[in-house]
Ligand binder design. Structure first.
Ligand code: PGA
Length: 251
């Protein structure tokens, strides 16, 4: 069975207050799901100091494709690992749309993350226009083949997050049925890129307007192995409720 995973993506939000209230709500609680928060880089170390009291993990919202050198503004996988990070998001649609990230760059980042012992979470998803044009599968196919071909999973693991762009921050989450259908497609593509056994092991998260009211039905879908939560993760009580749902499903 695939262990559920819930990841909070704070984006460019939050501060020391949010770190304190978020971590405090997790202290002393046990979860059968893997739970991580991706705060802005600057706050990672502050968060780490509290983590010995909870099962929370820290993730990064991005990672450099480079190891070291003259790359102003970048943070390497090795630095993130040394700082105590467990995982990193790669190719979030906001990075693709606003910071010109492409599939090839994502593939390099996935490899770099794995090489340094971070769990890469490759984000894929179609936008509204592509959905209306009926090209969702083609878009996902290209993102996955170009983002994952040749990646060696003998030394590490990876996750894929299906995040339809039309659902991010809009309040219009994909229905559980749409999520299931697309996740099933993603897994079938993963079986072609890797093999069936590997595809059965890879966790596929859903992201896009997840909240405590829709989390349960989404997580009940056979191929939905976790959630990537943006806006709702900025409310610690709300995020905790989502994590508890994910844990209950495995209990
Ligand atoms: P949202 O964001 O939950 O606010 O829709 C999800 C994401 O962008 O990862």
């Amino acid at each position: 069975m695939r262990k559920p995973i819930v990841i909070a993506n704070w984006k460019l939000n939050g501060g020391l207050d949010l770190i304190c209230t978020s971590v405090a709500s997790f202290i002393g609680k046990h979860f059968s799901a893997q739970i991580a928060i991706c705060p802005p880089y600057l706050y990672m170390r502050d968060m780490m100091t509290f983590l010995q009291y909870s099962e929370l993990q820290i993730g990064s919202q991005n990672v450099s494709r480079y190891e070291s050198g003259a790359y102003t503004g970048e943070t390497s996988a090795q630095m993130l690992k040394q700082a105590g990070c467990s995982l990193c998001l790669i190719g979030h649609s906001e990075r693709r749309a606003m910071f010109a990230e492409n599939n090839e760059g994502c593939r390099i980042k996935v490899r770099t993350a794995i090489n340094h012992g971070l769990l890469p979470v490759l984000c894929v998803g179609e936008n509204q226009e592509e959905r209306e044009a009926g090209t969702t599968q083609q878009v996902l196919h290209k993102q996955m083949y170009e983002g994952l071909s040749g990646v060696d999973l003998s030394i590490g693991d990876l996750c894929v997050a299906y995040e339809p762009v039309w659902a991010i921050g809009t309040g219009l989450a994909a229905t559980p049925q749409i999520a299931q259908d697309i996740h099933q497609y993603i897994r079938s593509e993963l079986a072609k890129i890797f093999d069936q056994k590997t595809a059965d092991r890879i966790r596929i998260l859903y992201g896009g307007s997840v909240n405590k009211n829709n989390a349960n039905e989404l997580l009940k879908q056979k191929d939905v192995d976790g959630l990537l939560v943006g806006g709702a993760s900025l409310d610690p009580g709300h995020f905790l409720a989502i994590c508890e749902r994910a844990s209950e499903l495995t209990a």
